[in-house]
Design a protein around this ligand. Sequence first.
Ligand code: S3P
Length: 440
Amino acid sequence: MNATEQRIDYTVRPGGRLSGTLRVPGDKSISHRAVMLASLADGVSEISGFLTGEDCLCTMQAFRAMDVQIEQTGPTALRVHGVGLHGLRAPAAALDLGNSGTSMRLMSGLMAAQAFATTLIGDVSLSTRPMRRVVDPLRQMGAVIETTEKGTAPLRISPAAKLSGIRYASPVASAQIKSCLLLAGLYADGITEVREPEASRDHTERMLKSFGVDVEAEPGRAALRGGQRLIAADVEVPADVSSATFFMVGAAIVPGSEIVLTAVGVNPTRTGIIEILKRMGAEIELQNPRFFGGEPVADIRVRGAGLRGIEIGAELVANAIDEFPAVFVAAACADGETIVTGAAELRVKESDRIAAMCNGLQVLGIDAQAQPDGARIRGGQLHGGSVNSLGDHRVAMSFAMAALRADGPIEILDCANVATSFPGFAVLARSAGLQIEGEL
Ligand code: S3P
């Protein structure tokens, strides 16, 4: 299960261009939530388009360990036999959530409300990520949780006498915090309300509604009353816009490229990358708009074009939070300077993404200056070289795309964690024209 046990390095030969019609795997955020909500529902839910990346498999294994019957009915299809809000059973051991921050933060809210104790553990990277952001408000609700002295996992969660709803103004725009508290709020007395400084992704709110829960949701605020039951619902998971991003950027930076990414989730809380690339001058069209349940979906056509540097401020950060490693590569290929501010959260993702990307771009000959809350990147000629992904899937895939515009091969170290979000990345990328080696 743990990707870091197996070493994968990529070597990507320079040049080439992307073409074709591609379907990237299912949305990671929606896949996690589908397993969680279907497990807590009364009745049987069918999930299609599920992401079989390691992060979502960790969530699935955790619910299986709590006695939820989850059948894999196809390569990306699950049948979940929901046990109801109070039907989870104590797991025999600690729940290992691997590299997955979403699993740990969302499940901490759920586990805090159970009548049994649990311990949540993760890999080296997850064990350094900040958990007080969820533990502190959960304690305000009455939860009993211990962290390490640094406020990190393992999280030892004991049964609470009771949980009470709170009105919480989160200092960080984070769907993980919001979703954690809403999930705890399902079990709490009264109303749980979360406000945030910028609107974060709203998949939890949309999916709770599909499962019959009455949720108040507007940009920057969500609230629900505890005690509502979930009714089983089928979930069709769209392709992940965050995974599509690597191909969008890969096509956008090479004139002559043209790709269509099919059935991509285009929830407006996730499409900051499209806005950013369009402002940089990319040619992007959304075609065939439709809905998968409560989630908007479209086919995205991208043609290579000359890009220009832009300023990206806090208002675009939350909606593109996972896309910055790829944005930094686009910036390295653009004319002029790109300035990113208001993005300090990038420092506490699967790696410190500001450091990882600026260091790697410098190795490749680009003037990339890290700032506390962002970076200044001046476009230029990318050269070959060896960069370290620091075990971060999105850093690895972003540097892979950079090779399209490099004048020598790029070696990318420590890429096994690509499997956390994008199983089959190298094979799909090769089929689209990237000259990548290193994964069967
Ligand atoms: C996620 C929320 C984001 C994102 C992560 C997935 C989610 O984290 O970076 O990859 O599924 O809720 P934050 O909410 O902490 O910004």
